[in-house]
Design a protein around this ligand. Sequence first.
Ligand SMILES: C[S@@+](CC[C@H](N)C(=O)[O-])C[C@H]1O[C@@H](n2cnc3c(N)ncnc32)[C@H](O)[C@@H]1O
Length: 234
Amino acid sequence: MTNPLATMAASKASRTRRQMVAGDPSARDRDDFYSTPTEGTLALLSVEKFYGSIAEPACGMGHISKVLIDLGYNVWSSDLVDRGYGAPRIDFLMNTYQVDNIITNPPFKLAVPFVLKALELTKEAGGKVAMLLKTTFFESMDRSPVMDEFPPSRFYPFADRLQCLRGNDEKHGIGGGMMSFTWFVWDHRATGPLTMPCRLRAADFAATKALAHPSRRKPKAPTTQQELFQQAQP
Ligand SMILES: C[S@@+](CC[C@H](N)C(=O)[O-])C[C@H]1O[C@@H](n2cnc3c(N)ncnc32)[C@H](O)[C@@H]1O
């Protein structure tokens, strides 16, 4: 059965996507391209484990993908725009492939349809979806039907405000430090209520080159939210 939320969100998003594909300069492409610094991805991996394949479907210049690949993950990267990394001109919202996990930092404007699509594509495998979103994703009334129907399993704000990079510019962040980002994680195997957030510190990972890759052994299926959370602790 078609999910009415997904249909609404997808139609709202389709005009922006058409503009971006057509190269319309009024589209939000430029503004919506910002990159995740390495420490942002490392911080996520310090609290969440991922088993199986990972898709990064809005990979930009590969900032998240490169960290995952360095750590031994099997990653499929794509983007709507050709930014010289991953498979270009692939509209994630039109994808139908199933994948174990999805990790990305989606465009602001398409956050809701990205979450819904990612949940659909990982459901069969029972994996996880991790999205780096503005912390205000929790707040808007527009988004509350999504949050009510598909609440995240866990979320991780940054105690020291992660600064995403304007485009690929390592020197300049977006939002002048005023923008707050949080990792939201949806885990198809989680049960029970949303757990308390664990605050991350990006600075703890600024000098880290690599983390130990988790064992490839299939983990025992956790049964409670508490077990899931404990299992994710480094
Ligand atoms: C905020 S940037 C994030 C880049 C990368 N994930 C990172 O964290 O460094 C968002 C990316 O989403 C891409 N994008 C926008 N709409 C898309 C769509 N419908 N399908 C796939 N990618 C899309 C943009 O081209 C841009 O590269």
